[in-house]
Write a protein that binds this ligand. Structure first.
Ligand SMILES: *[C@@H]1O[C@H](CO)[C@@H](O)[C@H](O)[C@H]1NC(C)=O
Ligand SMILES: *[C@@H]1O[C@H](CO)[C@@H](O)[C@H](O)[C@H]1NC(C)=O
Ligand SMILES: [Ca+2]
Ligand SMILES: [Ca+2]
Length: 349
């Protein structure tokens, strides 16, 4: 009899603990999730037709560069990248790397060369020093400068920071923005709000529109800067086979977009359940099981009309994974990644 009561009590205790944990997970969850619209199964697979071109890259600066997310090349052919140790490094044409500028933050992502010389990240770096663009920004992502000096940049999330980017994906709410910094007024204004993780930003060849990618919406938008449609937004490309990160204009007027596998194959169901998302968000180690970014790499070349022209991949991530940017220069593609210690270089001809 006594044994039964103890057993009953321990079950009650167990049940109580379970309920308390569940309530705690849901009420103290760092996220209030929505569901993710996954790309249609019919969307072309990242690996179709299968190719492993990204396994053939030459590794630049191997061992020196920690997570070179973005790359930029200036008119003299000098390559720049910002790495996770806070350094901005330059690759000179003679093949030697220079530790150029160091900043406190390890979260400097997108960079672009400035028209008047130097480099623009969220900060502008010149030989003379560093200038801060605009106000307090939690999670700036990519940046581009127009020929009139305006600087367009994306804020991936106004809620989560770079270190918590996966929570933003789990929450799946549109916390992203596209901003414009006007250097003559020294003012920053919002161009587009309510974006789903605003990431890569690129200007078209004639600067008549810009493209901004929404990572976990698996699409990129076109925002018209000139002409009849000025101020209007339309879809540039949607239903991408993986999540778009940085985008760069190619010399022929097409664009290179890096695609990241933010959802590990077979774990899509997590993104269709709010409770599961809350549980995962409470146990950050679980995120490693559902995030496929480090498992493979893919980049696509998209024409100005939004058609996919070329695709390159590393389907099993043997050489490169988590490729976040692809930049074409002098018949080569330069590839940045958050999971390598080098910049990849691939001949295009
Ligand atoms: C390469 O060029 C840079 C910039 O001109 C120079 O500072 C560096 O010393 C050169 N390195 C070698 C090994 O020649
Ligand atoms: C990855 O793919 C390459 C061919 O593209 C193959 O040679 C290699 O064995 C694969 N590695 C793994 C771990 O599957
Ligand atoms: Ca860039
Ligand atoms: Ca990015």
């Amino acid at each position: 009899m006594a044994f039964k009561i103890i057993l009953k009590n321990s079950w009650l205790f167990f049940l109580g603990c379970l309920i308390a944990t569940a309530l705690e997970i849901i009420f103290f969850s760092p996220i209030s999730p929505d569901l993710i619209e996954l790309p249609l199964a019919s969307s072309v697979s990242v690996d179709s037709p299968p190719n492993n071109q990204l396994q053939r890259v030459t590794k630049l600066g191997e061992g020196l560069l920690k997570g070179p997310e973005d790359v930029a090349v200036d008119e003299n052919g000098i390559l720049y990248t910002a790495t996770r140790d806070g350094w901005i490094r330059k690759l000179h044409k003679n093949g030697s790397w220079e530790n150029w500028k160091k900043q406190e933050s390890q979260g400097l992502l997108g960079i672009t060369t400035a028209k008047g010389g130097g480099l623009i990240g969220l900060l502008k770096f010149t030989e003379d020093g560093v200038t801060v663009l605009g106000s307090e920004i939690r999670f700036a992502d990519d940046v581009i400068e127009a020929s009139d000096g305006s600087i367009y940049f994306s804020v991936a999330s106004t809620k989560f920071s770079f270190h918590n980017w996966y929570l933003d994906l789990l929450e799946a709410k549109p916390h992203g923005q596209l901003l414009k910094y006007d250097p003559s007024m020294e003012e920053t204004s919002i161009v587009l709000d309510g974006l789903y993780f605003a990431n890569g930003v690129a200007l078209s060849k004639d600067e008549d529109y810009l493209v901004v990618c929404e990572t976990f919406r698996f699409r990129c938008l076109k925002y018209w800067l000139k002409g009849e449609s000025k101020g209007e937004t339309e879809i540039f490309i949607e239903n991408l086979p993986a999540a778009p990160d940085n985008i760069n204009l190619a010399p022929d007027g097409s664009f290179w977009i890096a695609l990241i596998q933010v959802i590990y194959e077979g774990t899509e169901f997590v993104h269709t359940s709010k409770v599961l998302k809350q549980i995962i968000a409470n146990f950050p180690k679980l995120i490693n099981y559902i995030n496929g970014a480090t498992k493979r790499a893919a980049v696509i070349n998209v024409g100005a009309n939004g058609n996919i022209l070329k695709r390159f991949g590393d389907p099993n991530g043997t050489v490169m994974s988590f490729v976040t940017s692809a930049l074409e220069f002098d018949d080569h593609l330069y590839l940045g990644s958050l999971n390598t210690d080098f910049v990849g270089k691939l001949p295009l001809k």
